[in-house]
Write a protein that binds this ligand. Structure first.
Ligand code: TXA
Ligand code: MG
Length: 318
């Protein structure tokens, strides 16, 4: 395997990265949420390479990224709630699950053969420029090996995926730090994954919203319980550390902790730092150490952070 090609964000570099994608290769790129592993969504070879590079089960579909709403309307049927959600939250960290159009032009494997497609219009200008240069929607899961910690920084992407992908656009601009909120608008509105667009904000616009209560059965296999897991064991809601714990604090009590998500207790800062701190704490932890997270309040963004911690702390498959 040839070495990974590294791109800056100049026009010529973005064009070269897009050229690789148009030719069925996989390129990692930053979005405002996390790094994505992108391929041209019409190209079956590129989509196959994403599944392979990630080690992702073939039944777990990919989000398709667009650079304008028109591009999204060409792939899916928009109902009035979808129009409303798109007008209010796009571009931004909200993914909409909608019925796929017959003539979407998407490679079948993008949606793992399902009838619905998950679409996101990222606000990241780098992501937008790349999609425009590809000239077609870009399928992209988060840029981590399946089941491992999601990457918000290019060095971590390269560490996990060197030798498995063709290129990487190097610019650390994943300011939200958590994956997008996923809202299904197939049937009654349902949150499939929490993110920085909160339930409160969605309900203010769309009325009451369900929460996926049977995650094993749902349409979003990323809801599987153990996920985002570092090598070391993870525990949450730890007020006081005991022996062999690498303690990750939050708020003013972070003093004396090895790491902190935010020493001022800011939830946005905590979300932005979460995955990088998880990786750093993992590198620091000895073989029998436990990464222990201080309690994170269950308000606003705290729901999404606690959700990710719960999955990292869940029992691992044998
Ligand atoms: O912020 C994000 O959403 C990032 C960036 C790169 O855009 N992407 C991301 O993708 O988090 P991924 O693949 O790591 O998580 C996408 C989730 C998975 O749980 C997947 O099962 C679900 O979305 N999903 C994708 N397409 C779907 C579909 N057609 N039907 C149901 N669930 C779908
Ligand atoms: Mg992921």
């Amino acid at each position: 395997m040839t070495a990974i090609r590294r791109f800056d964000v100049s026009d010529s570099a973005i064009e070269a990265a897009a050229w690789l994608m148009r030719n069925g290769e996989v390129v990692a790129f930053p979005t405002e949420t996390v790094y994505g592993l992108g391929a041209d969504a019409s190209n079956p070879a590129g989509i196959e390479r994403i599944y392979k590079a990630k080690g992702r089960p073939r039944h777990n579909p990919l989000i398709v990224h667009v650079s304008d709403v028109e591009m999204a309307r060409r792939m899916a049927h928009f109902n009035p709630k979808a129009e409303l959600a798109a007008a209010s939250f796009w571009p931004g960290p909200l993914t909409l699950l909608l019925p796929k159009r017959e003539d979407s032009g998407l490679a079948t494997a993008v949606t793992a053969g399902m009838k619905n497609v998950a679409i996101r219009f990222p606000s990241s200008s780098i992501a937008q420029r790349l999609i425009r240069a590809v000239g077609f929607p870009v399928a992209a899961p988060s840029a981590n090996r399946s089941g491992k910690v999601t990457s918000t920084r290019f060095a971590e992407v390269a560490r996990q995926l060197e030798g498995r992908i063709s290129g990487i656009v190097e610019e650390d601009t994943c300011d939200h730090g958590l994956e997008s909120t996923i809202l299904s608008l197939v049937g009654s509105p349902t949150i499939l994954r929490h993110g920085s667009v909160t339930r409160e904000a969605l309900e203010a616009l769309l009325g009451p919203i369900d929460e996926d209560s049977a995650p094993q059965k749902v349409s979003a296999p990323g809801q599987l319980k153990s996920h985002y897991a570092p090598e070391a064991a993870v525990r949450m809601n730890v007020d006081r550390p005991s022996g062999n714990m690498v303690w990750v604090g939050f708020g003013p009590e972070s003093e004396g902790c090895q790491f902190t998500l935010s020493s001022s207790g800011d939830l946005h800062e905590a979300a932005r730092n979460l995955y990088a701190v998880m990786s750093e704490a993992d590198a620091w932890a000895g073989p029998s150490d436990v990464i222990a997270f201080a309690p994170i309040p269950l308000t606003g963004l705290g729901w999404a952070i606690n959700d990710r911690l719960r999955r990292a702390a869940a029992p691992r498959p044998a």
